[in-house]
Design a protein around this ligand. Structure first.
Ligand SMILES: Nc1ncnc2c1ncn2[C@@H]1O[C@H](COP(=O)(O)OP(=O)(O)OP(=O)(O)O)[C@@H](O)[C@H]1O
Ligand SMILES: [Mg+2]
Length: 323
């Protein structure tokens, strides 16, 4: 089953539009407190770089055996160079038109000592800097949309996707029958009506529905599905529930929970990126939602068993017992 699915999605062309980030890990050890201030002194052993946010979605798409092109702004700076070399290494296409001297490449640096994060250092500019606002650029993206099998809008609320460009992307995709998925950040208040798929996590689903619930209250997920459907009419709706798997709802208003399968969890970051990549490619080739969600749960389960924002490998998928 898994083998058939992987064979069918192989070679699919996917365009990922969103906020590109670079994950930076400064790995070292500490043995003393600084004489300058009451802080540990970290002796750096090595630096590691990985693609994050929309760029991690693109990485997942490539590792599933599909073609990926990423659209989003990076700066003309050392972190941008590192991002570009990671694109090249991972066969992710990137159009240099989206490099800009006006922005810093969004970078999250974590200082990690003996497996523990000591602090995180973020580099990023205001949202408006990353917005793809230029009409020529928006038109070029629409042209790219017409040439692919699926589009993923990976919104991390850093500015790339805005209310000025999102409706054009959705309209273009729908006009050409191209599958278009959104991983939403509700604080961005984007109008993504009429998309093929939305994949909020539990907290995001509550915000999308505009409900206010107590911190420890269990959200009424079925009601939330109804509200999201009424507001945005997505063709498919998947609420990711972390360790509890996924809640899916298709057009016949049937709600179903798909559990994860038990495994040791190391790092849940990037699980949402894996979910949307898998759901999108599977649904784009016509796999029913239930099967697509099972596939995405298996893949995301493999990723959370690894350190850092890891991507999937087809070998692991093939050897997954539930495949
Ligand atoms: N602890 C876990 N055990 C098993 N599977 C998990 C776990 N956490 C996440 N997953 C898998 O990853 C999917 C997405 O996770 P989650 O709902 O946490 O998304 P998210 O909050 O968007 O994640 P992200 O941190 O990437 O933004 C889940 O539906 C599930 O398949
Ligand atoms: Mg997420």
């Amino acid at each position: 089953m898994m083998k058939d699915l992987l064979a069918k999605i192989s070679g699919l062309r996917v365009l990922i539009i969103g906020d590109i980030m670079l994950d930076h890990y400064i790995i070292g050890d500490t043995a003393r407190i600084s004489p300058e201030a009451p802080v540990p002194v970290v002796a750096v052993e090595n630096d590691k770089y990985a693609l994050g946010a929309a760029a991690n979605v693109a990485l997942n798409v490539v590792q599933l055996g599909c073609h990926a092109e990423i659209v989003g702004k990076i700066g003309v700076d050392p972190m941008g160079e590192l991002a570009k070399s990671l694109f090249l290494e991972n066969k992710i296409r990137f159009d240099p038109k989206f490099e800009s001297t006006a922005v810093d490449t969004i970078t999250k640096s974590r200082v990690v000592v003996r497996g523990q994060q000591l602090c995180r250092i973020d580099r990023e500019n205001r949202k408006s800097h990353y917005e793809i606002a230029d009409n020529n650029l928006v038109d070029e993206i629409c042209e790219k949309i017409r040439g692919v099998d699926a589009v993923i809008l990976s919104d991390y609320a850093k500015g790339a996707i805005s209310n000025r460009n999102v409706s054009k992307f959705i309209h273009t995709a729908n006009g050409k029958g191209v599958f278009i998925a959104v991983d939403p950040k509700p604080i961005n208040r984007l109008n993504f009506s009429g998309v093929s798929l939305i994949t909020p996590n539990k907290a995001e689903s509550v915000q999308l529905a505009g409900l206010e619930i107590e911190p420890h209250e269990e959200p009424p997920l079925e009601k939330i599905c109804d509200i999201i459907r009424d507001k945005y009419s997505p063709k498919n709706l998947v609420i990711t529930l972390g360790a509890e798997g996924m809640l899916i709802r298709n057009t016949d208003k049937q709600t179903l929970r798909i559990p994860t399968y038990a495994r040791e969890v190391f790092d849940v970051s990037g699980a949402g990126d894996t979910s949307i990549a898998c759901l999108t490619v599977a649904l784009a080739i016509g796999i029913p939602l239930i099967r697509a969600a099972k596939f995405a749960n298996i893949a995301a389960g493999i990723v959370v068993a690894k350190h850092g924002t890891a991507a999937i490998s087809t070998n692991e998928l093939l050897s997954s017992e539930n495949g």
